[in-house]
Design a protein around this ligand. Sequence first.
Ligand code: HMH
Length: 208
Amino acid sequence: MSLSCNQLLEKHRQLWHEATVHPFLTQCQQGTIKAEQFNTWLVQDYQFVLEFTRMLARIVAIAPQSDFDILLSGLSAIKDELNWFQAKASERSLYLDVPKQPTCAEYCDYMHSLALSPYPVQSTALWGIEFAYNQGWQLPGTMPAPYSEFADRWGNPGFTEYVKQLERLADISLETASETIQEQAEEAFVTVAKLEKDFWQMAFNSAQ
Ligand code: HMH
């Protein structure tokens, strides 16, 4: 029987909860997150997105042509996202060219290592990464300014639709994948979930 994204969510419900529900996000929603915590997240996530861009480009390089439309729309949206990060950092007088904290570096190294995995594994990881932010930023409910803009970036209907399309691509690729590759895809999903949780915790820990 073939594995699906939905099965992964059901099988690893607790882990997924920890990846998408965190005091960092709850405190954004309550307006009580400290500037130091939010700014740390912002600059580290910019570093993350730079590496994520490369990961997505490598996925395009091995994707079936039928997946190009969706993947290329994602790649094109990232161009806007990187510019947006630069604008947000500038508003906050933040310097973006910072060293990666160990957790961010670990996540970036992991994305790099995925290049060695077959398409169904990379496709599942891609969906997991995007779905984590799509859910994480939406689950707390309406956020106050200035956080509403961040919640909207990953929670807006267009992005939600994009993530659904990524789920479909991953599901289709898993349908014909061998059992070994399906196991690798599950491992990738679990790793992404753990790294997402660690990433929130990294930013949250930066408060004095
Ligand atoms: C840590 N995970 C992290 N950062 C992001 N920007 C996303 C997922 C969504 O692209």
